[in-house]
Design a binder for this molecule. Structure first.
Ligand SMILES: O=C(O)C1=N[C@H](C(=O)O)C[C@H](O)C1
Length: 323
């Protein structure tokens, strides 16, 4: 990641010069699952294979470690370090950016985690949600993000996911955050493509990437101008999600619409039960991870949900192969 000078008006209303990360976060980012063994131990070799496949044959632009899909909430500190180390090694080998999830409702400990990650030197950006559970209100949420931006030492991708955090951000808050030199993008997962989404995509702050995070509606969000996506579904059929993004970004609307409709059915099936339970079931059925096991409070997906998603995870439908 290169850093360039930013000159602008800071929080105190004075002119400031700060370093601004020069990030290109367009394209597909795969938030990898964390493979476990049947007795719920971490399976780092399987994770390394998934990471390599996503970046080589899958054509992903980069990886996300410790997302919701990674079951970050139930990993120990040591396991988190292993996951980041494995993903960073794959990204280094492929010259790809690594984004790491840092989700907490304690601003001070989030700053500490960001600084530790920044010290490793391998991390392109951190994915940070609005502080969950505490419900500090919009002003407190903006103060949280601002503190992380000013003191964390890492570029930030704001994770806007109100159904998990209880805090909607909205276009003006996102635009204000995007004006902070350290905030390089948003993972947009508001559950809707509405007037606010269109407004944000119509005039995003300079150098600010809008990455879709609601898998089933990624195609219309790309049509409206999103720069890419962080998509759990892309653990499965990675190359097709990468192609969907490339098609929309090159203006090939017809093929993009058809592929988008097919992948939306797959995403709906993969999210039929809490993420990532179905995805792990599919990856296990495909022989790509040693076990479909998830840690409590998640429960393994029902066999019927996995069967349905496995069917849709097979190669493209015949009408799509001509794309
Ligand atoms: O881990 C992620 O990153 C993602 N999590 C979302 C969720 O579980 O709500 C889904 C999205 O595809 C990526």
């Amino acid at each position: 990641m290169n850093w360039i000078y930013w000159v602008g008006v800071g929080q105190a209303g004075r002119m400031e010069t700060r370093m601004h990360p020069e990030a290109d976060l367009s394209g597909l980012f795969v938030p990898l699952v964390t493979p476990f063994t049947d007795d719920l131990r971490l399976a780092p070799d399987a994770l390394a294979r998934l990471a390599d496949e996503a970046l080589s044959t899958g054509g992903a632009r980069g990886l996300v470690a410790l997302g919701t899909t990674a079951e970050a909430a139930t990993l120990t500190a040591e396991e988190k370090q292993t996951v980041v180390r494995v993903c960073a090694a794959a990204c280094r080998a492929h010259g790809a950016p690594l984004i790491v999830g840092v989700g907490t409702n304690d601003t001070a400990s989030a700053v500490t985690s960001l600084r530790e990650l920044a010290a490793q030197g391998d991390v392109a950006a951190a994915l940070v949600p609005a502080p969950p559970y505490t419900r500090p209100g919009l002003a407190g949420t903006l103060a949280h993000f601002t503190a992380l931006a000013e003191h964390g030492g890492l570029p930030l991708v704001v994770y806007d996911i109100p159904y998990r955090t209880g805090q909607a951000l909205g276009t003006s808050a996102l635009t204000a955050l995007g004006e902070l030199p350290e905030v390089v993008g948003v993972k947009y997962a508001t559950g809707a493509i509405d007037a606010a989404a269109v407004e944000l995509l119509g005039a995003p702050p300079a150098g600010f990437a809008v990455l879709g995070g609601d898998d089933a509606v990624i195609s219309p969000l790309l049509a409206a101008g999103a720069h890419g996506g962080i998509l759990a579904s892309a653990n499965v059929r990675t190359a097709d999600y990468a192609e969907l993004i490339a098609l929309w970004r090159s203006g090939a609307a017809g093929p993009a619409r058809r592929l988008g409709a097919e992948l939306a059915r797959l995403s709906a099936a993969l999210f039929a039960e809490p993420n990532p339970t179905v995805i792990k079931g599919v990856l296990h059925a495909q022989g790509r991870i040693p076990s479909p096991a998830v840690r409590l409070p998640l429960l393994a997906a029902a066999p019927e949900s996995v069967r349905r998603a496995v069917e849709l995870s097979a190669e493209r439908s015949p009408s799509m192969t001509a794309v």
